[in-house]
Write a protein that binds this ligand. Structure first.
Ligand code: FES
Length: 148
C-alpha cells in the first residue's frame, strides 16, 4: 500500500494553478523553518472574490500537492471563505497525508492567509489580527544570518 493517496499523487504529478500572476492583488510567501521549504501564493481579487490564484513551491511533494489542492479550494470563493481554509480541510480533500507530512499542508494554509493579508494591506482594508493566527511573516526571518 502506498504511503500517499491517489489524490496526493495526482496533485503532485499534475499540480493545478502553478505559476505566477502578473500584477497580483496579493502575494504571500511562507516558509517552514525546519525543512526550509518555501511556498508563494498569488491572488487576483475582484468584488471580494478570489478570481484567480497561482502558486510556486520550492518544497516537497506533499507541499506541492497541498498548495495545488488549496488553490482549487479557494478559486472563485469569497475572501471570507478562503480565509477559513484550514490545513485540515486541505488534508481531508487530499484523502489524508502521513502524520509526519501534515506540516506541509500547514504551509498551504499559511500561504493563502499571507496572500489575503497582503491584499488587505495593499488596499488599506482594515482587518482583525485574530483572523491570522499563524505567523505568516516567519519566512522573512533569517535568524542564522543567511542571505535574503
Ligand atoms: Fe517541508 Fe513538506 S517537508 S513542506
Amino acid at each position: 500500500m502506498s504511503l500517499y493517496s491517489e489524490k496526493v499523487m495526482d496533485h503532485f504529478r499534475n499540480p493545478r494553478n502553478v505559476g505566477v500572476i502578473e500584477n497580483p492583488d496579493g502575494v504571500g510567501e511562507v516558509g517552514n523553518a525546519k525543512c526550509g521549504d518555501i511556498m508563494k501564493m498569488y491572488i487576483k481579487v475582484k468584488d471580494g472574490v478570489i478570481e484567480d490564484v497561482k502558486f510556486e513551491t520550492f518544497g516537497c511533494g506533499s507541499a506541492i500537492a497541498s498548495s495545488s489542492m488549496a488553490t482549487e479550494m479557494i478559486k472563485g470563493k469569497p475572501i471570507a471563505e478562503a480565509l477559513q481554509l484550514t490545513n485540515k480541510a486541505v488534508t481531508e480533500a487530499l484523502d489524508g497525508l502521513p502524520a509526519y507530512k501534515l506540516h506541509c499542508s500547514v504551509l498551504a494554509e499559511q500561504a493563502v492567509q499571507a496572500a489575503i493579508r497582503d491584499y488587505y494591506e495593499k488596499n488599506h482594508i482594515p482587518y482583525d489580527e485574530a483572523m491570522f493566527p499563524a505567523c505568516s511573516h516567519c519566512a522573512h526571518e533569517h535568524e542564522d544570518g543567511g542571505e535574503e
